[in-house]
Design a protein around this ligand. Sequence first.
Ligand code: ADP
Ligand code: MG
Length: 330
Amino acid sequence: MTTAAKPLLSVRNLVTRFGRGRGAVTAVDDVSFDVGVGETVAVVGESGSGKSVTALSILRLIPSPPGRIESGEILFEGRDLTKLSEREIMEIRGDRIAMIFQEPMSSLNPVLTVGLQVAEPINVHRRKPWDVALGAAKQLLGRVRMSDTESRVRAYPHQFSGGMRQRAMIAMALACEPRLIIADEPTTALDVTVQAQILDLLKDLAQGSRCSLILITHDLGVVARYADRVVVMYAGRVVEQAPARELYANPRHPYTRGLMASVPRLDGDTSKRLVPIDGQPPNLARLPTGCAFAPRCRQATDLCHRERPALAEIGPQHQTACWLETPAHV
Ligand code: ADP
Ligand code: MG
């Protein structure tokens, strides 16, 4: 899939911070990426790298205080989402842009039937009467391949398994035929076989309606099959970005290589041992002066510890922020 001439979503130099003064944390630090029409972009990084805050910023769901979008642009269908009123963004949320969260149990209301919850966005955004919306909900449950939708619409979330709940979340997300779905670790809580089923389903349904997808995950192994492009985040910044195929064939940032070495290989080559990345993700409130990854990087030089590398083009559609890869260093 190639990026369309004009992207559906263009995140430009986004900065999102929490707190003020000494304890302030820049959770998303000058992040830029595009999502083309019908494209699946994976955002990958360890826990705490700013993936969810990026997603929540796009939907303007950052809890404020303590958080705020400090600068940057989020261009979607010709509008800058950072500039919209609360009312305008509410019309986009769940309608043009839908979100699927990691833990469906906390996003589903335990006292409402699944059918009502899937029908709600249709009632709210499409202003359809409840009986029509419920009929559509039943169809949507069929689209996410639930059997016996007649009784499923009347069931409550606790009567569903984890995988079924996530299917219901996907049905909700699809309800208003969004142009973009943001799925934040949608399968992390599920076991491996169910994970694959849910991701296959999500990808199929998105592709079928030319809906773009941002797939957030800490697992680089997951994205290979699903993503067209990959954005690798570390400590709130983009450290590498490339078409998925290129990234897997030619990972350039030592952090990306580390992530890759720590996931099972897709080709099933088990002869290579899995090597977790040494050390811990950094404390965002006390980032080093130079490259944030330098303290964990075996190849780090003095320059890496001293100065922060900028994201630079190192090949067609391939960017990385690493002194080892930029001409200034060679
Ligand atoms: P992940 O990549 O695991 O999704 P997040 O985007 O959730 O990481 O969080 C990145 C960092 O942003 C956290 O480590 C934390 O420092 C900060 N952060 C996120 N949410 C909040 C919040 N509600 N209040 C304060 N800080 C937050
Ligand atoms: Mg997260």
